[in-house]
Design a protein around this ligand. Structure first.
Ligand code: 5AD
Ligand code: SF4
Length: 587
């Protein structure tokens, strides 16, 4: 995905985002439950056999074996200790670490998690790579271009490392995230540019990996997990103004769209327990955060099975006409319940979520978005293509007709909703007619924002093994440009409808364009630029005060450009709850 913020104006492309396979499946509860897939019962049987079979001691001559109850001592399960490393070897000893984050918002969140883990071990953070003892690149693999950027950067950093004064601690370079997972040892071996490699589920192991690297050896952990959600790692949020934060609610993806590397780099879908999400949002609210974006590869596929009472044999509801390409597991606390609980924590806190899958928008989710004032009326609905034939080749689990029916349903339930989408041009076998169908879908839906990409073939995917990447590069490019034009045209029309209308804007800070201007975002996540000024707290107030980041202001649109929307500012408003009231007053 894109660099830091998922919703950017049209035609700005963004790079994608996006843990360790273990023997253990996540179970609904500690007790066996009656409904299991065959695969789960096999896994259970296997675990029971391992748990009740002979232990390591059994094979060691002379070792005493307690046949009654095998004892696992604390130091056997304490993953912080490693017998072959001295006691404090994982300490950062105030070494400085510099993170460079590429790709999607998930990578920004991964950076916060990795930093939280290293900070606890005594590392210091720097944003100046020349100052850093350790440089960690949080990487993306979604398209070839994203990986090429990382290879170029690794060569630059290696040149820098070689030029470093011999009197200084030798610089260590690490690659974290998707690219580490995809390329594994190839990354360590090719060009010898790296000291440390950690996949998306291995950040807890970073202190150990770095300590091995400081000892002069390469270190790597690319194990994926069925369970890791970093639920207990409180990420260190780094947003410049501190008024908005991203909260990870799930990791991984089970969808296996035929073009996508994410399920291979980020592993299976798993959800963070609701209790830890609510705790983090409470803390953020107490810190004055005004906007939280719930984050995950498929946020709305959220399914928390951590508590017994969440388990049932009921299948989760899908959008009408949509199906999963995998066997959906039953039970669990679903996205609608999570969204409900999160949005009740602080009525002054805006709630967004990204990135959802169109299959998981049952009416109860849409009704909740409509009814709850602080849930933003903004939905990302990645279509990928407007042609049913291409959608089938992509293994998306829906047709053009089902997608359009969903759009109609969303617009009917949430009037004025802001819609955005992802599209891929030139996928395997895409004909000119398929492409025209995508153009017509864009015209029909009238999105506010779009993220458009030319297809980039990725090894390991279904498309790599089974389909032909047969659309020439120049045709992909031409079709991409046509999609961009269509998006621009339609988004201009949709966003023009805002002229003359009053909107609630959460102020972010000074506009990049001018120190005289401030910028913020409306409910639909469109950027709003307006003059810096003093405004009244209420329409009837005579007293005015300056507008600060984190304030909500009511503003009226004057004009809009492709990049931003310009407004007149009316007055501060204390909360989201005031929104409808303030609008009534104004009108
Ligand atoms: N080539 C081009 N775009 C891709 N995406 C995912 N995989 C590929 C690929 N191999 C796009 C999809 C997805 C977005 C995050 O990136 O549109 O929704
Ligand atoms: Fe990739 Fe499809 Fe999963 Fe999105 S839903 S991360 S496109 S496999």
């Amino acid at each position: 995905m894109r660099n830091t913020n998922r919703l950017r104006p049209i035609f700005l492309t963004f790079e994608q985002w996006l843990p360790r396979w273990s023997l253990q499946h996540r179970l609904c509860c500690s007790k066996p439950v009656s409904v299991h897939s065959n695969e789960e019962s096999r896994a259970d049987k296997f675990k029971t056999q391992i748990a009740t079979g002979p232990r390591f001691h059994y094979f060691v001559k002379g070792a005493s074996i307690n046949k009654q109850q095998p004892v696992i001592t604390d130091d056997l399960i304490d993953t912080d200790k490693h017998a072959y490393l001295p006691e404090d070897s994982e300490s950062g000893n105030s070494r400085t670490v510099c993170f460079e984050t590429y790709g999607c918002q998930m990578n920004v969140n991964d950076t916060e998690i990795a930093w939280s883990i290293l900070q606890k071990k005594g590392y210091q953070r720097t944003s100046d790579v020349a100052e850093a003892d350790v440089v960690l690149l949080v990487t993306c693999s979604i398209r070839e271009k994203a990986e090429q950027t990382i290879w170029n950067r690794l060569r630059q950093l290696t040149a820098m490392k070689k030029r470093r004064l011999k009197t200084r601690v030798p610089m260590k370079i690490g690659v974290l995230g998707c690219m580490a997972e995809r390329l594994k040892s190839e990354l360590l071996e090719r060009e010898k540019l790296l000291d440390v490699l950690a996949g998306p589920d291995a950040y807890r192991d970073l202190p150990r990996l770095l300590s091995v690297a400081h000892g002069g050896q390469q270190a790597s952990n690319v194990l994926l997990s069925l369970e890791e959600t970093y639920a207990d790692v409180m990420p260190v949020h780094h947003s410049p103004q501190g008024y908005s934060a991203f909260v990870s609610i799930m990791r991984g993806c089970d969808n296996m769209c035929s073009y996508c590397i994410v399920p291979f780099t980020r592993g299976r879908e798993r959800s963070r327990p609701v209790s830890s999400i609510l705790e983090e949002v409470h803390i953020l609210s107490e810190q004055g955060v005004k906007e939280v974006t719930l984050l995950g590869q498929n946020v709305n596929s959220y399914r928390d099975t951590s508590e017994e009472q969440f388990c049932s044999s009921e299948p989760g509801q899908l959008s009408r006409g949509f199906r999963t390409v995998y066997r959906a597991r039953p039970g669990g606390l679903r996205f609608a319940d999570l969204l409900d609980r999160v949005s009740l924590i602080d009525p002054d806190m805006r709630i967004r979520f990204t990135s959802p899958h169109p299959k998981d928008f049952p009416d109860e989710v849409l009704q909740l978005i409509k009814e709850r004032a602080n849930i933003c009326k903004q939905i990302h609905l990645p279509a990928q293509s407007g042609s049913s034939t291409v959608l089938q080749a992509m293994r998306r689990g829906y047709s053009r007709e089902a997608y359009l029916e969903l759009v109609d349903n969303i617009k009917r339930i949430i009037p004025g909703v802001s819609l955005s989408s992802d599209f891929i041009s030139g996928f395997c076998g895409e004909t000119e007619e398929d492409h025209l169908q995508t153009l017509s879908l864009i015209r029909e839906v009238r999105y506010n924002v779009g993220f458009l990409f030319a297809y980039s073939m990725r090894k390991k995917t279904h498309a790599f093994h089974r389909l032909q990447d047969d659309v020439p590069a120049e045709v992909k490019q031409r079709r991409l440009e046509e999609l961009i034009c269509m998006f621009r045209e339609e988004a201009t029309k949709v966003n023009s409808a805002l002229i003359g209308r009053t909107q609630l804007v959460l102020v972010e800070g000074e506009s990049k364009r001018s120190a005289q201007d401030l910028c913020g975002r409306n409910d639909g996540n469109l950027k709003v630029i307006f003059p810096r000024q003093e405004v009244a707290g209420q329409p009837t107030d005579t007293h005015t005060s300056p507008i600060n980041p984190g304030d909500y202001v009511l503003v009226k649109v004057h004009f809009h450009s492709a990049v931003a929307v310009s407004y007149d500012v009316f007055y501060h408003t204390e909360s989201q709850q005031d929104f409808s009231l303030s609008i009534i007053l104004y009108v």
